[in-house]
Write a protein that binds this ligand. Structure first.
Ligand code: ADP
Length: 400
């Protein structure tokens, strides 16, 4: 049984085609990244060993899904004879509010829930839905399954998900912390336990998911205790284009200074802030900012330090929340690939029991691994996330 997983995100669409009958073996996969920018690119690999990289013209998630489907049946590099071999499609969906906490078959009711959450997940739910609707058009009659990012965080205790606001905002309007990247936090925290040679029930892990969007979670006994994103994916860390934590009074100050209404300030904080706004070089890509910093750009240096400092503060806070720690795990685009950023985040944390081994940290690898010094009381891991595998497994379990 072939399951296709589509992860239509804020700046990239990842895809993997799994043969679930063959034990969940990935047949092909890849990503289209920097969508909407001038230098959009596609990477495609298959189980025959083909690795293709090309510049492509893709302006949104819908165009990306079409390109992916063409590639899967490509006479030379494809892995399927016909698109009819695809029996189910698992979609990463970011926000399901409080009503969707498990994987679900997507019907009109579920699409309405996804649409209802547009206002609180403006960067993600719209491309997620475009991805779903593109799949409905390209793969008619195939079951589409939604695997929601909010699900793993459903175990948070009330003291972690409530805000210091009048209680009726929660009871009547569901204003609370939900958390995101749940599929990744679930997968990486389980992998961290495996790397430690322990059961998830027996370990305390902080997962730093640092991609274009970023969030941190505190996981104890395999269950999420707290996470940095909130009602929306805007709270918490400084991200590619999102501001993360702010003094709420800044919101109405910006509205006055820039002459913006509510939608305007929403757009400003979601799309013009974060690394893009701080570094000021017209890019939200950490690679570009690191490169400019290496050429001596001082504003970029400050942006990198500010980004790292926010992560460091969360690690300290979550060590307190968990009352101890076995492992900090770094994952996603930045967490897996930027040794510089990991070093900057962990600088000065030796006294808390987090000692990095610089040589191990600098080694590139796609394997889960420890990068801590041998005498570090707390382990430091780099664990490639595999949201696609997790989504494929949940999709298969639901439709088979
Ligand atoms: P998302 O899924 O949220 O769009 P990803 O997890 O794909 O994001 O991560 C994208 C981010 O990872 C980009 O900002 C990019 O700069 C960063 N990234 C990828 N590779 C590297 C690298 N080698 N060094 C630094 N940053 C990297």
């Amino acid at each position: 049984m072939i399951v296709l997983v589509i992860n239509a995100g804020s700046s990239s669409v990842k895809f993997t085609c799994f043969d679930m009958a063959g034990g969940g073996k990935p047949l092909a996969g890849g990503l289209i990244e920097r969508i909407g920018l001038d230098d959009t690119s596609m990477k495609y690999t298959n189980h025959k060993g083909d690795v293709l990289k090309s510049k492509v013209a893709v302006k949104d998630a819908q165009e990306a899904v079409k390109l992916i489907s063409d590639k899967l049946v490509d006479p030379q590099h494809g892995v399927l004879k016909s698109l009819s071999e695809v029996k189910a499609i698992g979609h990463r969906v970011v926000h399901g509010g409080e009503s969707v906490t498990d994987p679900v078959i997507i019907d009109e009711k579920v699409k309405a829930i996804i649409r209802d959450c547009f206002s609180i997940a403006p960067l993600h739910n719209p491309p997620n839905l475009i991805g779903i609707e593109a799949c409905e058009a390209v793969f008619p009659g195939v079951a589409n399954v939604g695997v929601f990012d909010t699900a793993f965080h459903a175990t948070m205790p009330a003291h972690a998900y409530l805000y210091g606001l009048p209680y009726d905002l929660y009871t009547e309007h569901k204003i609370r912390r939900y958390g995101f990247h749940g599929t990744s936090h679930a997968y990486v925290s389980r992998q961290a336990a495996a790397l430690l040679g322990a059961k998830p029930e027996d370990v305390k892990v902080i997962v730093c998911h640092l991609g274009n969007g970023g969030s941190i979670s505190a996981v104890s006994g395999g269950k999420c205790q707290d996470t940095s994103m909130g009602l929306t994916p805007l709270e918490g860390l400084i991200m590619g284009t999102r501001c993360g934590d702010l003094d709420p009074a800044i919101v109405w100050n910006i509205m006055k200074i820039k002459g913006l209404d509510a939608n305007g300030v929403d757009n400003y904080l979601n799309k013009k802030s974060g690394l893009l706004g701080l570094a000021g070089i017209g890019s939200s890509d950490l690679r570009d900012i690191e490169e400019a910093h290496n050429k001596g750009n001082q504003q970029c240096r400050q942006a990198l330090e500010t980004y790292a400092y926010r992560i460091k503060k969360y690690i300290g806070a979550y060590m307190a929340a968990l009352g101890g720690l076995d492992c900090v795990a770094f994952t996603a685009g930045v967490g897996e690939n930027s040794a510089t950023m990991r070093e900057l985040v962990l600088k000065g944390l030796d006294g808390l029991g987090l000692k990095l081994d610089k040589a191990k940290n600098d080694l590139r690898s796609s394997e889960p691994r420890f990068v801590n010094a041998s005498d570090s009381p707390i382990k430091i891991a780099v664990i490639p996330t595999d949201e696609e595998q997790e989504i494929a497994g949940q999709t298969y379990a639901l439709v088979k």
